[in-house]
Design a protein around this ligand. Sequence first.
Ligand code: TXA
Ligand code: MG
Length: 343
Amino acid sequence: MTELLSVAPANLARAAEVIRAGGLVAFPTETVYGLGANALDLAAIQRIFVAKGRPTTDPLIVHIGARAQLDELARDVPPLAHTLAAHFWPGPLTFILAKQSHISAAITAGRSTVAVRWPAHPVAQALLCAAQTPIAAPSANRFAHPSPTTAAHVLADLDGQVDIVLDGGATGIGVESTIVDVTVTPPVILRPGGLPVEALRAVCGDVRVLDRYRAFHETAETPGQFLKHYSPRAELRLVTGDPATRVARARAAVQGALKAGQRVGLLLPGAFQPDFSDLSVIAQPLSPDPTQAARALFGALRALDATGVDLILAFDLDHRGLGLAVWDRLYRAAEGKMVMGHE
Ligand code: TXA
Ligand code: MG
């Protein structure tokens, strides 16, 4: 049985007890909802993988409630990590670091590194403080589904699989944390996310962004790089090009799909909706502003899926700021497939 609870203090205290007793608690963070378990309890960790249907080769992020806990989980923490933590923690930034030996191989998928994040959301912080233990938490969705940004999304995927869902309302950022590997120089961003690359560069200069789009296969070096990820049920394709080109390409693709008997959804800035008003499509507006687009992205994908469309055509947006994370999620949901045209 899954209990949906408000974030009243008594409920937070109960949720912390459930964590300490080896249970699973889904909770809001500033990025997306997490599916939490006591990071020091092997059986509890294993429940996470079962609940999500997640392969055990994909390691988990460990969440902490204070910066000082970093050294309890990681060793040889480079000065750069401390500098970045001082700037951006608590917040949407996850470090990859050499792990302390007591961190379970179930969390790290047998690797010598561990992912650590101190989240900024007050509910996540209260839970971490009350539980008095680090909490391992992936996003609280079924494996490869869009990440949850509301408690309702969590229930849609995991009802019956998790003991408690803490309903803290919609999450603010909407895309997962930025993951930066600080075991190498210069540091490498393994996943663009809620902390823009530009903000990281402003503090530590040289930062490489892993090109996870060309050599797209899971390797021992780069877990979590499955091309098919964050996917709605419907097939998704990205529409690129300047505005006029995008409209022309999308119209041609819509007409082709309609002719083939498919139901078509569009994910695009509202200003483009009139360009499709003569076609039988379901248009889901997504702001051209990267920060707003990030906040609404996963909910919009779930909303389109709920309409039963077969195909979603998503307009490519500005890649700056949170736009890089939005583009990354769309690209992966599309499995790299673009709409090309003859215009
Ligand atoms: O915002 C977030 O990061 C959310 C909230 C709940 O904190 N969590 C999240 O977790 O997105 P998850 O499990 O959905 O994504 C974690 C990613 C995975 O792609 C995993 O492969 C990668 O982190 N990861 C974890 N440990 C790693 C490691 N030691 N080396 C490289 N990648 C790692
Ligand atoms: Mg995830």
